[in-house]
Design a protein around this ligand. Structure first.
Ligand SMILES: [Zn+2]
Length: 262
């Protein structure tokens, strides 16, 4: 009985995550085009044919169609399936890490945060633009986290969150202004303001740390392989915020105990 209960909960989280992942695909492709998210039914990018209901099942449909449009046979990017699968897996991991039963509200807020970060990640990678509405959504999640978080290890205070809002975003803002948006965009600073407000300042610093490390590694790789030296920073900030949402406070505590205990 006990196991059946957990299989049910995580099964539900997976399916729910896949369904939301499907919506994230719509956001990633339509937000940059300023198309309505709900008005037009999903359609093939090549022939414009409306996608049949039975081909709209997350993950499964892409596999059954073998990555091709039913109507014209044009290849459908595996990224649709990857986004759905990624979101589904992250929902399950979030539930396991924080405890669905112990901290349901915190789990829900982190799940929504990760979904928003997935949108920022892929949209910024494609277009080098970070959508303000998505960033504002992350900020609202931070407000909800302050009022409703039920996670016992959360030492978030309003002061902690407000410092988090400025701790990373202000230095980034200075870089944006000094480099005249060449090194970084305004969207990056705003993303770290919203993310920092959600995480609190300690975890915000951890997020920046991971963003810088991952951006350096990928940047070096891209420069070496393709000669490309300009790429979006937002995906790495998103990655940093996501990692920090899970481990940020633990890493800071471990680091502090390392340097204070002799
Ligand atoms: Zn087609």
């Amino acid at each position: 009985m006990f196991y059946a209960y957990y299989i049910f909960i995580y099964g539900f989280l997976f399916l729910f995550g896949a369904a939301i992942g499907s919506f994230l695909n719509v956001c990633i492709y339509r937000l940059p085009l300023e198309e309505s998210l709900i008005k037009r039914a999903s359609h093939c990018m090549s022939c414009g044919e409306k996608i049949r209901h039975r081909d709209l099942i997350p993950i499964v449909s892409w596999i059954f169609l073998r990555g091709k449009c039913h109507s014209c046979g044009a290849p459908i990017s595996p990224r649709y399936m990857i986004v759905e699968l990624l979101n589904a897996v992250l929902y399950v991991l979030t539930g396991m890490w924080f405890g669905v039963v112990e901290a349901p509200i915190h789990v829900m807020l982190i799940c929504l945060l990760l979904s928003a970060l997935i949108v920022v990640f892929f949209m910024d990678w494609d277009t080098q633009l970070i959508n303000n509405a998505v960033v504002f959504f992350i900020f609202l999640l931070g407000v909800a986290e302050y009022f409703f978080s039920d996670y016992h290890l959360n030492e978030l205070t309003l002061r902690n969150q407000i410092i988090g809002f400025f701790a990373v975003s202000v230095p980034l803002l200075l870089i944006v202004l000094l480099s005249k948006e060449r090194a970084m965009g305004m969207g990056d600073a705003l993303l770290m303001a919203a993310g920092g407000f959600f995480l609190g300042w300690k975890a915000a610093l951890v997020a920046l740390f991971f963003a810088l490390i991952s951006a350096s590694v990928v940047g070096l790789f891209l420069k070496y392989r393709t000669g490309l030296s300009k790429f979006a920073f937002g995906p790495f900030l998103s990655l940093g915020i996501a990692i920090s949402a899970f481990f940020g406070n633990e890493l800071i505590s471990a680091y502090l105990s390392l340097i204070t205990v002799k």
